[in-house]
Every structure is written in C-alpha cells, then in structure tokens.
Design a protein around this ligand. Structure first.
Ligand code: FAD
Length: 342
C-alpha cells in the first residue's frame, strides 16, 4: 500500500452515519481530490479491496461491520461557472454539505434549490436518489455532473438524460452506475425564478406569514422551520430520514383501496398513477411510536425509523421488515426501503 495515502485501519463509523449505528470499517481514507482516488486505484492492493463510498452517511443503514475500504468523500469547492439558456450554472465539489451549498446559491441571489433546504448529506450524493422535498427534486435544477469511472480511471461528464433520474432513483442505484464516483455536480438556476408552492403545507406557511411574493431565501427559511418541526435532528436522535419510499400504485388499485379505506392519503401523478403516503399506511398499522429492540418508529412521523440509543443494524432491519409485512397484509402494498443497506 502507498504510505502517503494515509489509510487508517479498523476505523469507527458511528459518527459517520446519521443513524449512529456503531460499526467499524476495515480501512478508511478521506478522499479530498480526484488525484487521491486515482492513486487508490493505481495501488494493486487497494484497488483489489472492496470499497464503500460514503458522503454524509445520511442515507445508509450499516447492517454490520464494513469489510471494505471506506472512501469518505471530501472533494470541496463551489463556484458560478457559466450561463446557459437563461440560467446561471453553479458547481460544487461532491464533498460539499448540501444545505450549505443551497444557502450559498441563495446568497448569490439564485433561486431553485430552496425547497430542498436542510436535506442532510453531501452534494455528491444528491443525484444518487434524485433527492427531493416539498414538491421539488434535484432533477428539476440539474445541469450535469462529473463522475470518475473506477473501471477505466476516466472522468465522464453526464447530463440529466444520462443520469436517468426517477422518483428517488437514478442510474447510480443500478448496476450500470455502480462503478461511478460523482466528483462534482453542476446546477442550472433560472433568472426567471418563481416560488414553487405546489406543496400545500409550504403554501400555507407562506400565506400564514403574509408573504404575497416570497423571496427564495424566505421560502428556504420556511422549509427549514417546517422540517425542524417535523423531522428528528440526527444530531439528537439517530435516523436516516424517510425509511420507506411512498409507494406508487395504479389508479385502479387506489380506487379499490379507497373503497375499503376512504381516508387513504393519495396524490394523483401526471402519468395517471397514484402515490400513496407510506407514513399514513404505517401509522394505520399502529406502528407510530412503537419499536423493536432499540429501533423505533418516530412518534411524530411514521415514515422515519429512529435509533433510540444503542440500536444495531439488525434491530432496524427487523423493525423495517415487520412494518413491511403488516402494510402488505393489510393493504396489499409492498413498501420499498429508501436507504442503502450495507
Ligand atoms: C433527517 C433526514 C432527513 C432527510 N430528508 C430527505 C429528504 O427530504 N429528501 C431526500 O431525498 N432525502 C432525504 N434524506 C436522505 C439523505 O439526506 C439523502 O439521500 C442524501 O442525499 C444522502 O447524502 P449523503 O452524503 O449522506 O449520502 P450517503 O448516505 O453517504 O450515501 C448514500 C449512497 O450514495 C452513495 N454515494 C455517496 N456519495 C457518492 C458519490 N459522490 N458518488 C457516488 N456514490 C455516492 C453511497 O455509496 C451510498 O450508496 C434525509 C435524511 C435524514 C437523516
């Protein structure tokens, strides 16, 4: 192994995952440049090791110790890099904190990302599951990204079509995207910005504040306030945000469910399908505030599983599986998990 790479053996990961699961990695490297990544891949012993790329650790569930070299993304930098089609192009290194980057764009007078304020994690992970909140997804403001191809050592520029964004999905969650490390992401933020108040709770908050024409910064502040009210702060109680995706079902299935469960929470999608509120389904099964071992369902939001102290990955898995089984038995709906299981 190359001595200058500062690989740290048997590294504790508890502080590097927002669930706060106590697990250890076989080895750890802070990845602060593409050159360092290239050096890892040029070292036969390191290149042969299993690898785990980690950003903020806010969308992973560590199910045990990680028998791999953890590459901790820390490529920094952010700047306005150009203009295209009435938009300003802003780029950030993959290791930049997402919320701080959103605040940076707002400070430049650029709107577009404000509805996604306070989502934990890094800029580099934002395309992985096409992060979204309050009626916006990054695919709406995405321009391109640079990815390092671990197989060839080449840098690839990818536009939105190449990333194949979907609901909490992209190419990076599938086999074709597995060997790609995102090193920077560029967003296109429009001159002609208008607030996106499609999400009823946000629109209501803006109205309650008496803001007829809110600025992007004001929308961001409202989003932050709503999120602080509703979601547990990982610094206080370990969690990975929504543990399940909202299931998308056919309109026929939704109608059948409504016939027996008239209060079913559902949102019509542009393609005719219906998105069901997974939190409502879990709540109806009586799971809110309950748990297994040290893993629990957050009392204020059933979509969020929490670490009540010393939860293991196995506790969280057992709880998730019990919830999935109950929702399937009662509603015939299969809940998919959102975090990446490691
Ligand atoms: C309290 C809370 C609230 C949340 N709210 C939301 C929300 O509203 N909307 C939402 O969409 N998500 C939400 N999340 C989930 C999470 O914040 C996002 O998925 C975030 O983008 C994860 O970033 P990360 O850097 O922590 O990724 P990590 O958890 O470190 O990694 C996630 C996955 O991406 C891979 N990865 C990370 N960086 C890179 C890279 N540079 N290149 C290639 N692969 C990479 C990892 O290998 C892993 O498979 C929430 C999480 C928490 C804890």
């Amino acid at each position: 192994m190359q001595a200058d790479l500062a690989i740290l053996p048997d590294y504790p990961l508890q502080a590097l995952n927002t669930f706060g699961i106590a697990a250890r990695a076989r080895a750890y490297l802070k990845l602060d440049s593409v050159a360092r990544l290239a050096a890892v891949m040029a070292d036969p012993a390191l290149a042969a090791m299993p690898r785990l790329l980690l950003g903020g650790g806010s969308n992973v569930l560590l199910t045990g110790d990680v028998d791999a070299l953890v590459l901790h993304m820390a490529i920094m930098g952010r700047a306005i890099v150009g203009r295209a089609d009435g938009c300003t192009l802003v780029r950030a290194g993959a290791g930049e904190n997402w919320h701080e980057f959103v605040q940076y764009t707002l400070a430049q007078g650029l709107g577009g990302l404000e509805n996604m304020s306070l989502i934990p994690g890094t800029v580099g992970a934002s395309p992985i599951q096409n992060i979204g909140a309050y009626g916006a997804e990054i695919k709406d403001s995405f321009h391109s990204l640079t990815a390092y191809d671990l197989a060839t050592g080449a840098l690839r520029s990818m536009d939105g079509a190449a990333c194949r964004f979907g609901y909490r999905d992209s190419i990076f969650k599938h086999a074709e995207g597995q060997g790609l490390v995102i090193v920077d992401v560029t967003f296109a933020l429009p001159d002609a910005w208008t607030p996106n108040l499609r999400y009823a709770e946000l629109a209501q908050a803006v109205m309650d504040a008496g803001l007829a024409a809110p600025s992007a910064q004001q929308v961001s502040d409202m989003v932050v306030a709503i999120r602080r009210r509703k979601l547990p702060d990982p610094a206080v109680i370990g969690n990975a945000g929504s543990f399940f995706k909202n299931p998308v079902v056919s309109s026929e299935q939704c109608q059948r469910l409504l016939a027996s469960h008239p209060a079913l929470v559902h949102h019509a999608q542009a393609d005719g399908t219906e998105k069901l509120a997974a939190g409502w389904l879990i709540d109806q099964c009586g799971w809110k505030g309950k748990g297994i071992g040290q893993a629990g369902v957050y009392p204020k939001q059933a979509l969020v599983l929490v670490n009540n102290g010393a939860a293991t990955g196995a506790d969280v898995l057992a709880l998730a599986q019990a919830i999935q089984a109950d929702v399937l038995a009662r509603y015939g709906v299969a809940l998919e998990t959102e975090p990446v299981f490691i």
